[in-house]
Design a protein around this ligand. Sequence first.
Ligand code: ADP
Length: 625
Amino acid sequence: MNIVKKKQFKAESKKLLDMMINSIYTNKEIFLRELISNASDAVDKLYYRSLTDKKVKVDKDDLEIRLTIDKDNRTLTISDNGIGMSESELEDNLGTIAKSGSELFKENNDKKKDIDIIGQFGVGFYSAFMVSDKVEVLSRSIDSDKAYLWTSSGASGYEIEEAKKDSNGTEVKLYIKESNDDVSYEEFLQEYNIELLIKKYSNYIRYPIKMLITTKDKDDKEIKEDKTLNSMIPIWKKSQKDVKDEEYNDFYTDKFYDYEKPLKVIRSEVEGRCSYTSLLFIPSHAPFDYYTKDYEKGLQLYSKGVLIMDKCSDLLPDYFSFVKGLVDSLDISLNISRETLQENYQIELIAKSLETKIKKELETMLKEDRENYEKFFKDFGMQLKYGIYSSYGMKKDVLQDLLIFKSSKEKKYVTLKEYVDNMKKDQENIYYACGESIDKIDLLPQVETVKDKDYEILYLTDYMDEFVFKMMMEYSGKKFMNVQDEKLDLDSDKEKEQLEKKNKENSDMFTSMKNYLNDKVSKVQFTHKLKNHPVCLTTVGDVSTEMEKVLNQMPNNEGVKAEVILEINENHPISKKLEELNKKGKTEELEKYTKILYSEARLIEGLPIDNPTELTNLVCELISK
Ligand code: ADP
């Protein structure tokens, strides 16, 4: 007599089941990944048993997972010839949700979060109910001659009865739901689609996943052909020497939707507290949405060849967000990872080790393949700089040696280390100048004097550059100095003394000049910073004129102003002229000269002038004299 046992699910299992049945989760397709992964585990278990138990004989080549579609009855069956389940195992394993699963429940009471977790790790067997009205599990344990059929139509409970099965293993039969207005379930009954899903989620399962596929023979007659749907050995598991560069490149362009091959392929195998294989790519150009908020960083995360997550963002720091690729780890299993990802210690370990690896590879590229590095830096350098800036300099140690800047000597890119190594004996600072382009920067009056001293200047043409230097404060004990900073001082002690004296003598004149300019400058003074140019503007304090420009382009800017000093070349004939006008009490003319000089200085800096008409009138008046 066939005894049928009717049972209720345990409370927590019931909750999870409810959630699955009523799931609004859009990624319903992941049920297949879960069931395939269970089947693969069952085959694994049998295989390991055979290694230690002489009674269990297994021919490795026979191990397989099989999919069967029956369109007429709307069923999809996932079968394996693995270890199987006894009656009590069916009850324990499928009637109660695993302990880790119940913990997931306690931690995540609100529904939204649960749904995210389905996306991240899946919740095993019960996900079958996202797509099925009824599930039958026919199983025979390797330790028994008897087979049992477990049946459930969801929340009402399940039944177990004795059944017939010729050999060990498990068949999970899903009665696929009817489609409704919102969701189409038909795709789970289509060979083509199932094949795509296997390729997407389970391509690298170690056992063949087979299915009878309908094709046409040469007479156009439909025939059934047995096909292995998965490739089984992932490219990142193949021995390095067996994979050609081309294959990596094809894999990258295919998988990460790029039309250009990657700039660099980084493959590593790590054994240790957390063992993993990774295959990373540095793209040769930034994706079109890279610098927008739509761009999502992350690496694919595999556990023993099973895709668990498509974009695991915790594996990459923001400043390396351009890296594409994947990580496959034995230590992150579908079972143990039912906790929120952020708290996963393994992920943290892997992320740390990847960061070091990426940094090292970039450094090597910088040293050995400068051309490609410059290409890389053009597209992604901004992200590295932003890493320093947004961490308030805390990430400086990781990133500072990856930065390159065009420099005044030879006009090529140099690293900060190269700059410092090339510094003159008497040089104290790292000099830089800001502007839109190198040509424009070269026209800055102060640049000439610094160059005359044979000091190298870094050209900062990116709007973020100076902010980054401010965050870094110094490199290798050398301070950064904007050539337009008032503090720029290249004089000898004697020259300094003489200049100070001169400035003191003329302090009244400078006060008047400052007044003529309605306090648009905080000070007027003579300088030795200039060689041939008559005037320049310098800034005092933290905000330079270049930073003022950037800050004021930002939304909600608070009208930040750089504190500006008007400096006049003491060695230029204009300084004598000013002194003369002042001595003779020709205040009206002194005012006109002051206004012209100030406007000139602004023009040189690339700053707008307040009143162009006034300036042109003044110049005309003077030249017609
Ligand atoms: P998980 O696989 O994450 O432990 P599941 O709910 O998917 O959780 O499965 C529960 C248990 O049921 C598994 O741990 C396993 O012992 C058993 N099981 C599921 N599918 C199979 C299968 N095809 N063959 C043998 N045992 C299985």
